[in-house]
Design a protein around this ligand. Structure first.
Ligand code: S3P
Length: 173
């Protein structure tokens, strides 16, 4: 079975995803890492050199390659993966999709604390970040909420999130 983790930047897809893969004793794949390895460049550099449209194209191809390469795995998508092309529909057919949903305030706090290079939000002040995320979620929510399972995870640790997903997915089987 493939489990796709969906959600905005800093929603804990990679951290909870790694823990979930350990619990399920299966592989873990991060779409951003896969793209970076394949291109030999950081995502921020790909955006800088080739722009977002190019990134969305290689992200779409990477998603389908990962799906071919792994049968049982947990896949952490990038924050925008589910919102371009028909990626969310592809993932819904290919596996179980889980949206890790968080309040805007939680996302802002996490992103201000996290020093990962994220081209879409780099250099934004707290107020700008808040407005940017509010706007982005208004556009992205309809894609994220197509997921099979929607979890509100503000108050849970990555370990608790991983455990919850395992329980739910086991019942889904
Ligand atoms: C993006 C999220 C990033 C990465 C890229 C674009 C987005 O992934 O794919 O910077 O559009 O939300 P994370 O969600 O892992 O930060």
């Amino acid at each position: 079975m493939k489990i796709y983790l969906i959600g905005y930047m800093a929603s804990g897809k990679s951290t909870a995803g790694k823990e979930l893969a350990e619990l399920l004793k299966c592989s873990f794949v991060d779409v951003d890492e896969y793209v970076e390895k394949q291109q030999g460049k950081a995502i921020s550099l790909i955006f800088e050199e080739r722009g977002e449209e190019y990134f969305r194209h290689i992200e779409k191809v990477a998603l389908r390659e990962i799906s071919q390469l792994y049968k049982n795995c947990v896949i952490a998508t990038g924050g925008g993966t589910s919102c371009f092309y028909s990626n969310i529909d592809f993932m819904n057919i290919d596996g179980v999709t889980v949206y890790l949903r968080l309040e805007v305030a939680t996302l802002v706090a996490r992103l201000l604390n996290d020093h990962t290079q994220r081209p879409l939000i780099s250099g934004k002040s707290k107020t700008d970040l808040n407005d940017y995320i509010l706007n982005a979620l208004n556009l992205r929510r309809k894609f994220y909420e197509k997921s099979h399972i929607v979890l509100d995870v503000d108050d849970y640790s990555s370990h608790e999130v991983a455990t919850m997903i395992r329980e739910i997915v086991m019942q889904h089987k």
